[in-house]
Write a protein that binds this ligand. Structure first.
Ligand code: NAD
Length: 446
């Protein structure tokens, strides 16, 4: 039986899920490098959150290790290069905490606009500073989003709800994809010059380290307010402190730091107009259960179903392949959501959505089944709602990919099946059809 070591207080639902998959699981608190190195030789799988760092030395001692799972988005606490050299798969759970981080970003945005934290601190210190603490409204202000990925897009949706103007810079995203969200895609210089608030949602890579430094801050509007809920190091913290001290930067909301926790003399700790949180972006009950379940699913897929190390290679070990893998994965996810989400009263619409995203063999096959399906279900009130728990690229070449998708389907409004979630695994083939990606085959995987 394969063994998995789970550290960092992963939520119990994840541990239970691993056991249900038939894996033997040991649970430990956060481990330092020495303790991890001593124990890792006995396990095929390791799951960490953020406290346990997986170093080259620990990986060298892990003679049986096949997969490292990170319950969260970034894999910067794991030495991916060392893992790659040893053929160990590194998996993460992007997406599980998207809502949590997007909501935290909005919390910081509102706290900055209305000076909530200063008001709270001064009032508790016995001061009623109503006049000094006047804020600004979000309505009509321009929000610049750096990185319009999963989290950036959710922040955009919420900011549009506050009727802000939303602009974004993301060199890997098409203008049309941004426009579909109601966001204008602009170059970095224009974003810096136009934004009243700027929020960062890029990964930390060689390209994004100090993406916001002295020169970029100088190009921003006087009084600009910045938010970083992505990774420490994307903003040059020293430069930001100088911008705040000069008054050019009006405020900052910072959840992540180059060094965590920041040292007591960290320059950002002394500003009243800075709102700081200790890396709380993903710290919600819902996000922690979601990432625990998602990482359990992918680690179990890797350890038990023998999905090749190739797919993780696609996801994390080859940066330039990641964007392409992400596009295939997004199409596969959406296709599976369309397939597993149907309002049976509107069955025609749902079926049409699936047909629109399908091509070739799968389109013909689904078309045939759709006709029977509609006549059977037309009077049913049942609604199924699909959501995707995990995806992994199984194989990929220049014009197609095979993606494994783990989807949950929840049925409501049907006697005897109320609110019962079911989980399915799909193997989805995605191909280019002209310049669009489409589903060409969808199979259930047992
Ligand atoms: P994602 O991969 O969906 O989105 C990242 C986006 O950044 C992509 O659209 C990509 O094209 C874009 N990008 C890459 N390089 C860029 C560049 N140089 N300039 C502009 N855009 C660029 O990732 P996500 O799930 O939205 O996560 C975004 C960030 O949030 C990650 O850094 C992640 O580590 C961080 N995060 C933080 C917390 C927290 O607790 N605060 C939790 C989860 C994720």
């Amino acid at each position: 039986m394969k063994r998995v070591l789970v550290t960092d207080a992963l939520q119990a639902v994840g541990v239970d899920a691993l056991r249900k998959h038939g894996l033997e699981v040991d649970v430990a608190a956060a481990l330092d490098e020495r303790a991890l190195t001593d124990r890792l030789g006995e396990y095929e799988g390791l799951i960490v959150r953020s406290a346990t760092k997986v170093s080259r030395a620990a990986i060298a001692a892990a003679t049986r290790l096949e997969v490292i799972g990170r319950a969260g988005a970034g894999v910067d606490t794991i030495d991916v290069e060392a893992a790659t050299e040893r053929g160990i798969i590194v998996m993460n759970t992007p997406g599980g905490n998207t809502t949590a981080v997007a909501e935290h970003t909005l919390a910081l945005l509102l706290a900055l606009a209305r000076r909530v934290t200063v008001a709270d601190a001064t009032l508790k210190a016995g001061r009623w500073e109503k006049n000094r603490l006047q804020g600004v409204e979000l309505l009509g202000k321009t929000l610049g989003i750096l990185g319009l990925g999963r989290i950036g897009a959710e922040v955009a949706r919420r900011a549009l709800g506050f009727r802000m103007q939303v602009i974004a810079y993301d060199p890997y995203l098409t203008r049309e994809a941004a426009e579909r969200l109601g966001v204008s895609s602009v170059e970095l210089d224009e974003l810096l010059a136009r934004s009243d608030f700027i929020t960062i949602h890029t990964p930390l890579t060689g390209d994004t380290r100090h993406l916001i430094g002295e020169a970029e801050l100088a190009r921003m509007k006087p009084g600009v307010r910045l938010i970083n809920c992505a990774r420490g190091g994307i903003i040059d913290e020293e430069a930001l402190a100088r911008g705040l001290a000069s008054g050019h930067v009006g405020g900052a909301g910072i959840d992540v730091f180059e060094q965590e926790p920041p040292p007591a003399d960290h320059p950002l700790l002394r500003f009243e107009q800075v709102v700081l949180t200790p890396h709380l972006g993903a710290a919600t009950d819902e996000a922690q259960s979601a990432v625990a379940l998602a990482i359990a699913a992918v680690v179990a897929i890797c350890a038990l179903l023998g999905v090749s190390g190739w797919m993780a290679w696609q996801h994390h070990n080859v940066v330039q392949e990641r964007q392409r893998a992400a596009a295939y994965t997004a199409t596969a996810r959406q296709g599976v959501i369309n397939l597993t989400s149907l309002d049976f009263n509107k069955a025609k619409e749902g079926v049409q959505r699936v047909l629109d995203s399908a091509t070739g063999e799968f389109k013909d096959d689904f078309q045939r089944r759709a006709e029977d399906f509609e006549s059977v279900v037309k009077d049913s009130k049942a609604v199924t709602e699909g959501s995707v728990a995990a995806t992994a690229v199984e194989s990929m070449n220049n014009d197609s990919a095979v993606v494994l998708v783990l989807a949950n389907e929840r049925i409501t409004n049907i006697a005897g099946a109320k609110d019962q979630p079911r989980t399915f695994r799909f193997r989805v083939s995605v191909v280019h059809d002209g310049d669009q990606l489409k589903l060409s085959k969808v199979e259930f995987v047992l």
